[in-house]
Design a protein around this ligand. Structure first.
Ligand code: COA
Ligand code: AMP
Length: 624
């Protein structure tokens, strides 16, 4: 069957389609109901099925005879370590840590925050939570204590699992003081922390509250996977929205397992035994779906890389890993290859390694710019496939469905809607846009399995943000168009979310931090184009009357504040004092025009602007 008939079937007969796909995973009670509609066009997948995601990822592979196959390869240039865990070894470790959590009172439905670097224990902790029906919430290590505190208050975890440090190239980031600060700031106090001590930094443990990972493991008894409902939450993953408060995207167990298993086949053309490498971070959705769950659900070997595309030690790092571990499928963000290309424009490093095992390179997380696409295709000679997705969906909304049929690539397009996603474009009135016209990219409800089920603790926000803007559709927050061949083009966010080095950040959140500076009267942050990082935040600030602070002093203080409150990953490096900000007559700041000016794009003066002369002033400021 080709792509088009598979796609049509997924849309016209979703029950039959997803029933078949559900048969590929190991249920404890197979579902008899496939889709149960609720309100607002939303609903539940496989509501009466039970399973356990750790069983599907681990035990099922042992039962299928893959116990001695490598499940995870850990490659860490920052510590000089390379090791692996077979499916059997990983299962044993997960069962033990699950036993340790149970011993210390973690129950089904409890939340556990995981604030860890890229080490196997992070995956062990995630799967251990899944094994006992606890809900994990992994927080990316580049976020500051305050961001962690916000997540602690929202998820109200019983426990936090952390490590003594993360390693950023050569810089050691001590995690434990950040966790201590976050707990201090948060209103909710977790009962305890488990700390994995790494040799590079020894964390001080708070007596009575903190436990040493190794000691807990030494005394733990292994535990089996408990049945959970398909609709029970597997994890919460926070993502940036338009406000300072991140959204806790909730993923279920059943739909997630079915969708990821399907995606491994259709989107990535992966089969059991393949070596799959998602060069991302477990703290992001790409890491959840394609370092941890997807490859393991499909019996692949997953590479966990604790390094960077450059500087660990050089721009050959990716090719070296592909050679050493015979990687078949590589997935990363375009920004990673832009960094490689900048240091090794002729791809000389690539020639030093044997990368013949590689079949396909996949890119996502931000727009795949044609120069990066061309460079990669030219130098590797491999298919380079863009695909579009979001934390909310957990897997690709648009892809080149190579597992069914490889479609011709059009540079700049993530190709076509993935089966299950009825992608459409609507105009500002919510009506279907004409073919080729830009508008908001939406997905007709119901969404396929695997997508977010709600915002943790705030279903109203879920409905308001995603389901209400265009009735009957999921609003993606991205703008784009569909061409005459049905190819989708994603042109960027229509809200205040920006994408810095493939990391999703909220300008609204940065504005909240900047506005708290005593000299700041008003501010706005936009994402300005950057050759390497895609976008970088740019702050424009009006100072209060009588404030004597200089441009340089204010910029330095604001940079420190954003770093301290959001984290280094926000990459806030530029703040400019201006006299006025362009606004509509109703007082809304015209961020889009500011961004266009910063990017040197032509812009039309909005008819709603209160004083068009401000645009010229801003333009002059930015030129200096
Ligand atoms: N823990 C602590 N700090 C972190 C961190 C982590 N996990 N990840 C990033 N940071 C810090 C960095 O050390 C840096 O700090 P600095 O300002 O003190 O130098 C800052 O956050 C910005 O980091 P980053 O945006 O990663 O920039 P970089 O220059 O260090 O690296 C790239 C640039 C392109 C190499 C890197 O961003 C990359 O590999 N990106 C891939 C993106 C990705 O995987 N996205 C996921 C979606 S697929
Ligand atoms: P995240 O939730 O961090 O995965 O970020 C999702 C956002 O990244 C999307 O809403 C898009 O704006 C952007 N994005 C992800 N993949 C692509 C892609 N292939 N092309 C264009 N934009 C993308």
């Amino acid at each position: 069957m080709g792509y088009h008939s598979e796609f049509q079937r997924s849309i016209e007969h979703p029950d039959d389609f997803w029933r078949e796909q559900s048969e590929l995973i190991n249920w404890m009670t197979p579902p008899s109901v496939i889709w149960q509609p609720k309100s607002n066009g939303h609903g539940e997948w496989f509501p009466d099925g039970t399973l356990n995601s750790s069983d599907v990822a681990l035990d099922a592979n042992i039962r299928a005879g893959r116990g001695d196959q490598k499940a995870i390869i850990y490659d860490s240039p920052v510590t000089g370590q390379v090791s692996h865990l077979t499916y059997r070894e990983l299962t044993d470790q997960v069962a033990l840590f699950a036993g340790a959590l149970l011993d210390r009172g973690v129950e089904k439905g409890d939340r556990v925050i995981i604030y860890m670097p890229m080490i196997p224990e992070t995956i062990i902790a995630m799967l251990a939570c899944a094994r006992i029906g606890a809900v994990h919430s992994v927080v990316f290590g580049g976020f500051a204590a305050r961001e962690l505190a916000v997540r602690i208050d929202d998820a109200t975890p019983r426990a936090i699992v952390t490590a003594s440090c993360g390693i950023e190239v050569q810089k050691l980031i001590a995690y434990k003081p950040l966790v201590d600060d976050a707990i201090e700031m948060a209103s909710h106090k977790p009962e305890y922390c488990v700390v994995f001590q790494r040799p590079q930094v020894t964390a001080e443990l708070t007596p009575g509250r903190d436990h040493d990972w190794h000691q807990l493991m030494a005394n733990a008894k292994p535990t089996g996977a408990v049945p959970v409902k398909a609709t029970d939450p597997l994890y919460i993953l926070y993502t940036s929205g338009t406000t300072g408060k991140p959204k806790g995207v909730v993923r279920d167990n059943g739909g997630h397992a079915v969708a990821l298993r399907y995606s491994m086949n259709v989107v990535y053309g992966a089969k059991a035994g393949d070596v799959f490498w998602a060069a991302s971070d477990v703290g992001w959705v790409v890491g959840h779906s394609y370092i941890v769950y997807g490859p393991l659900f499909s019996g692949c070997t997953s590479v966990l890389f604790e390094g960077k595309p450059v500087k660990t030690p050089d721009a050959g790092a990716f090719w070296r890993v592909c050679q050493d571990h015979k990687v078949n499928l590589l997935f990363t963000a375009p920004t990673a290859f832009r960094a490689v290309r900048k240091e090794d424009p002729e791809a000389d490093k690539l020639k030093q390694y044997d990368t013949r095992s590689l079949r396909t390179i996949f890119l996502a997380g931000e727009r795949l710019d044609p120069p990066t696409y061309d460079w990669l295709t030219e130098h590797t000679g491999l298919p380079v496939l863009d695909h579009w997705w979001q934390t909310e969906t957990g897997w690709a909304i648009c892809c080149n469905p190579i597992g069914i049929e490889a479609l011709p690539v059009k540079a700049g397009s993530p190709t076509v809607p993935t089966p299950g996603f009825n992608v459409q474009v609507v105009n500002h009135k919510g009506q279907p846009a004409r073919q080729g016209d830009q508008g908001q990219v939406v997905v007709k409800l119901p969404l396929p399995p695997g997508c977010m089920t709600t915002v943790w603790g705030d279903d109203t926000r879920f409905v308001k943000t995603y389901l209400q803007p265009v009735a009957g559709y999921y609003s993606s927050g991205d703008g784009g168009y569909i061409d005459e061949d049905g190819y989708v083009f994603i042109m960027g966010r229509t809200d205040d979310v920006i994408n810095v080095s493939g990391h999703r950040l909220s300008t609204g959140q940065m504005e909240e931090v900047i506005a708290a500076h005593p000299a700041v009267a008003e501010c706005c942050v936009v994402g300005a184009r950057d050759e390497l990082k895609g976008q970088v935040p740019l702050g424009l600030v009006i100072v209060k009357d009588g404030a004597t602070i200089t441009q340089d002093e204010l910029e330095e203080e604001l940079i420190d504040m954003v770093r301290d409150r959001i984290g280094a990953v926000a990459y806030f490096r530029q703040a400019l004092i201006v006299d006025r900000l362009p606004k509509t007559r109703s007082g809304k700041i015209l961020r889009r025009v500011i961004r266009q000016i910063a990017d040197g794009e032509s812009y039309s003066v909005p008819s709603t602007i209160d004083d068009p002369a401000i645009l010229e002033e801003i333009s002059q400021h930015l030129k200096h």
